[in-house]
Design a binder for this molecule. Structure first.
Ligand code: FAD
Length: 498
């Protein structure tokens, strides 16, 4: 079987993967980007609505808001990086390189505000910001000399051994092929497909997280799964009604037409997401319905995209938009440092599958696109600097043959290695050589032993990640942020929720 090689292998084509590819390519690496998406809509990035936050001239206030939304659990070093790099990255990549036309008012950017932000700092394009970033980004990289994009191509496992990752197994058209890389950047997004209701696209099955765990990478904060409070579930597909709508004055009411958020939190409808989501769920259960009253604002004029979505789904906003909470974002993930480096050598993780520490126990609105952009660029830059494949490595990689398709040949290889190095006479060097062979064959055999169609591989990811989340939630006996235990509630949450 042919083995492919690349300097940097990026898995996933959302904002994090695209930024990583750009960062690596700008720094001279040859980049292969594999994505299981067949259309841009396969990434959450495309669906992002409200926008991307920047620091403007008040970085400390931005940090305070992120930290407050996380109940004081965000990591200070990660916050520093995010906020220091926010404006530069957005201007450099999104505005100057991609030409994203963020909304303006009187020749200045029309900065919006969302729940739990203390200032107007969110750049947006109407309420469909994601696609206005995602499409030009895909187009730009498709034309880039150093980047090759393979769509409809799913990573099924990492090539790992000796504490190092050296690429991934990629499945395309039912065939699984090893791709060796100097550095591997996992950017496979979220886990929405594990839940009945989610804002994420269907392919959000946690593949990257499951692969990284199988390879031995460290993970953290998996219990912090954020639910968005206002997802419209009318007759058509569920769709998110951005927090920006509440930012512009929309009110939450129960079936009796009563507002309930003022009793729950001093910021009422603009309280942190976890607080609003729990209150919406409670009122829905108690009264049978919760709706967004958009009468205080010019809904169609301010949010024409959302008005069109309502129309497509048979919802008349003048009668209120029916909403429920739905899974939205995983705050935890593959543990990484401020450069996106995971605990295994030459493995990086960026975007929603990564745990940078920015979000802690709960994420502030409009910070996820920014985190994917900033960490993607940093990881790509670092990967390019650390991991070009030497000519020797390229030859070695391309000489690996027959390990997946021909189990018999692989078995002979194992026997030869055992006979030569792990028999009556052994040496450190010989044992290391044998270990290399055994590990590489083990990976091949594992792939062969499970000739999984893509859907079964996704199920394997989902059950792996689901169990990890449940274990983390069981182990954490402190209700904080979006992790809330009814048997061990936090005092402030009890007060807020009544
Ligand atoms: C409806 C909605 C609205 C949102 N609004 C906002 C907002 O306004 N502002 C904000 O900051 N955030 C928002 N978010 C959150 C934000 O969009 C996401 O967290 C962010 O886009 C994640 O980016 P990502 O690159 O990590 O993942 P994604 O954009 O989800 O991309 C993941 C990619 O990985 C690919 N992939 C998955 N598994 C594999 C595999 N095994 N092999 C290869 N490829 C794989 C997928 O096909 C996809 O291309 C919103 C999310 C949703 C769903």
């Amino acid at each position: 079987m042919a083995t492919h090689t690349t300097d940097v292998l990026v898995l996933g084509s959302g904002i994090a993967g695209l930024s990583a590819a750009l960062g690596a390519a700008r720094n001279g690496a040859d980049v292969t980007l594999a994505t299981k998406a067949t259309r841009p809509e396969g990434a959450s990035t495309w669906w992002a609505q409200g926008g991307i936050a920047v620091a403007r001239k008040e970085p400390e206030a931005f940090k305070r808001d992120i930290d407050a939304a996380s109940s004081g659990t965000s990591a200070p070093a990660a916050l520093d990086v995010l906020v220091q790099e926010a404006d530069r990255a957005v201007h450099d990549v999104l505005i100057d390189t991609l030409g994203v036309g963020f909304d303006t008012e009187e020749d200045a950017f029309d900065y919006g505000r969302e729940a739990a932000h203390s200032a107007d700092r969110i750049l947006h394009v109407d309420a469909s910001t994601g696609r206005h970033i995602h499409i030009p980004f895909l187009n730009y990289l498709a034309e880039h000399d150093r980047v090759t994009i393979h769509d409809d191509t799913a990573a099924v496992d990492l090539l790992a051994g000796d504490g190092r990752v050296s690429g991934a197994w990629l499945e395309s058209g039912g065939t699984v092929t090893p791709w060796r890389a100097g550095a591997t950047i996992v950017a496979t997004g979220g886990i929405g497909a594990l839940y009945g209701q989610s804002t994420n696209p269907g392919g959000a099955t946690g593949d990257g997280l499951a692969m990284a765990v199988r390879a031995g990478a460290e993970i953290d904060d998996l219990e912090y799964v954020q639910f968005h409070p206002t997802v419209c579930v009318a007759s058509g597909d569920p769709f998110l009604v951005s927090e920006a709508v509440r930012g512009e004055g929309a009110l939450l009411r129960n079936a009796r037409g009563e507002r309930f958020m003022p009793e729950v939190h001093e910021d009422a409808e603009l309280a942190p997401r976890d607080v609003v989501a729990r209150a919406v769920e409670r009122e829905h259960r108690a009264t049978g319905k919760v709706f967004l009253d958009v009468s205080p604002l010019d809904f169609a004029g301010t949010f024409p995209d959302l008005a069109a979505l309502c129309d497509e789904n048979g919802v008349d906003p003048s009668g209120g938009i029916p909403v429920v909470p739905a899974e939205h974002f995983l705050c935890g993930g593959i543990d990484v440092d401020t450069w996106g480096r995971a605990s295994l050598n030459r493995l990086y993780a960026v975007g929603e599958c990564a745990r940078t520490g920015v979000h802690g126990a709960n994420r502030l609105a409009s910070t996820s696109l920014l985190e994917g952009l900033v960490w993607g660029l940093r990881a790509g830059t670092d990967a390019a600097e650390r991991a070009p494949m030497s000519p020797g490595e390229r030859e070695e990689a391309s000489s690996v043959r027959g390990t997946v398709e021909e189990v018999d040949a692989a078995f002979d290889e194992v026997k030869r290695a055992m006979d030569a190095h792990v028999s009556l006479r052994r040496s450190a060097d010989g044992l290391r050589q044998a270990l290399d062979t055994l590990r590489s064959v083990k990976q091949a055999v594992q792939a062969r032993a499970r000739p999984l169609p893509r859907s079964a591989a996704e199920l394997r990811s989902a059950v792996t990640v689901g169990a990890l989340i449940a274990e983390a939630a069981l182990a954490n006996e402190t209700s904080v942020g979006c992790h809330y235990r009814t048997d061990i509630p936090a005092s402030e949450v009890v007060a807020a929720d009544g």
